[in-house]
Design a protein around this ligand. Structure first.
Ligand SMILES: C[S@@+](CC[C@H](N)C(=O)[O-])C[C@H]1O[C@@H](n2cnc3c(N)ncnc32)[C@H](O)[C@@H]1O
Length: 214
């Protein structure tokens, strides 16, 4: 069994006290996750918006869209309603919670693929998706693996969108590797940041564009 699937299964069955201890231990490790500084040039055309639904209004309509991490399918329904993709692909390690109505919309073809997202993305040709919403495994290694798999699968001029662009959220004792993994990617590959969506718990969304020349 894949290590990430095993971790997901253990978290599901762990008693709350064990889970809280695990979360605190992860927070203590966080200072090691220091994000790099970034060049001004990648923010030159960045627009800040009030929330992630507003972001959807600015992302392309139609086309092929993927969402990594579907859970109940709440945001999937917003993507389908607002962006009206021709094809929507949802990836999740576990679809037991998903609302079945996600699959029965009258807007687009929906494909749900169960498994570890970096492995699932490998099944698609390069430049297949218009944009990919990344909201699956939020650990540093998990996001890095999603970035590596997703960056070739999105078209030139297409977008990678990262939810929970954060380090730590004290209210839920949660740690996120998203900030560090994404900023390291931006430092190295210099994809421009196009949108940034505010969120009350500082769980921002950030949208980066694949350069047309790459
Ligand atoms: C925060 S939820 C997604 C919420 C959804 N995008 C929304 O906004 O309504 C994260 C989901 O990612 C899934 N997940 C975690 N690790 C994953 C992995 N390695 N591959 C695919 N899905 C994963 C979890 O099962 C969970 O359903």
């Amino acid at each position: 069994m894949n290590v990430r699937i095993l971790k997901h299964e253990l978290i599901k069955i762990a008693p709350k006290s064990v889970l809280r201890g695990y979360k605190l231990w992860k927070i203590m490790k966080v200072p090691a996750y220091r994000s790099p500084d970034l060049p001004e040039s990648i923010f030159e055309n960045c627009r800040v918006v009030s929330n992630r639904d507003k972001l959807l209004e600015l992302l392309p309509s139609g086309g092929k869209v993927a969402e990594i991490g579907v859970e109940y399918g709440r945001f999937s329904k917003n993507i389908i309603r607002i962006n009206r993709p021709v094809e929507y692909y949802g990836f999740d390690i576990d679809f037991s919670k998903v609302d079945p109505s996600v699959q029965t919309n009258d807007v687009c073809r929906v494909t749900l693929k169960e498994g570890d997202s970096p492995q699932l993305l490998k099944e698609f040709p390069d430049e297949f998706f218009d944009w990919i919403y990344i909201d699956g495994d939020h650990s540093y290694d998990g996001v890095k693996a999603d970035i590596e798999a997703a960056k070739q699968k999105v078209k030139r001029g297409g977008f990678l969108v990262f939810n929970d662009f954060a380090h730590i959220v004290w209210a839920s004792y949660s740690t996120f590797g998203v900030h560090c993994a994404v900023t390291e990617f931006l430092k190295k590959d210099e994809w421009p940041v196009r949108y940034w969506a505010y969120e009350q718990n500082a769980l921002y969304d950030i949208v980066v564009e694949r350069p047309r020349g790459e």
